[in-house]
Design a protein around this ligand. Structure first.
Ligand SMILES: [Zn+2]
Length: 115
C-alpha cells in the first residue's frame, strides 16, 4: 500500500543525485530492503515503471538487495538468523536468548548509477 509514495521518494532521490552530478540519465538504482520491513519489492518495481516514465530515471535498472532479519544474542552478543519457533542463539553451546534488532527492517537507497 505505501509502496507508491516510497517509490516516488526513491525517484526524487535519484533525480536529485543525477542533477547534482549533471548526469543525463539514471542507469541503475540499488536498493536495500529488509525482509521484515514490510516493503514489497514487486510493488516497488511495478510502480517504478509507471512513475519513472518520462523522467530522468526512465528505464533505470532497479537492483534490490534483500536483508534477512536477525536477532542479537543477549549472552554472546552475536547476530543470528532465527529458527522457526525458537529465539535461542544458534551458536554452539551458547543457549542465550536473542532480542530483536533493526537488521531486517531496513529500507534505503544504497547507491545510484548515472550516465
Ligand atoms: Zn549466543
Amino acid at each position: 500500500m505505501h509502496e507508491y509514495p516510497l517509490t516516488q521518494k526513491i525517484i526524487k532521490i535519484a533525480e536529485k543525485y543525477a542533477l547534482e552530478h549533471k548526469a543525463d540519465h539514471v542507469s541503475k538504482i540499488n536498493l536495500v530492503i529488509g525482509n521484515d520491513s514490510g516493503v514489497l519489492a514487486d510493488s516497488i518495481l511495478l510502480y517504478f515503471e509507471i512513475i519513472a516514465e518520462n523522467t530522468i530515471c526512465e528505464n533505470a535498472e532497479i537492483v534490490i538487495e534483500r536483508v534477512k532479519p536477525l536477532l542479537k544474542c543477549k549472552k554472546c552478543g552475536q547476530y543470528f538468523e532465527r529458527k522457526p519457533f525458537s529465539f535461542s542463539c544458534t551458536f554452539k553451546d551458547c543457549g542465550g536468548d536473542g532480542e530483536p534488532t533493526e537488521i531486517g527492517r531496513e529500507f534505503y537507497v544504497k547507491s545510484i548509477e548515472i550516465e
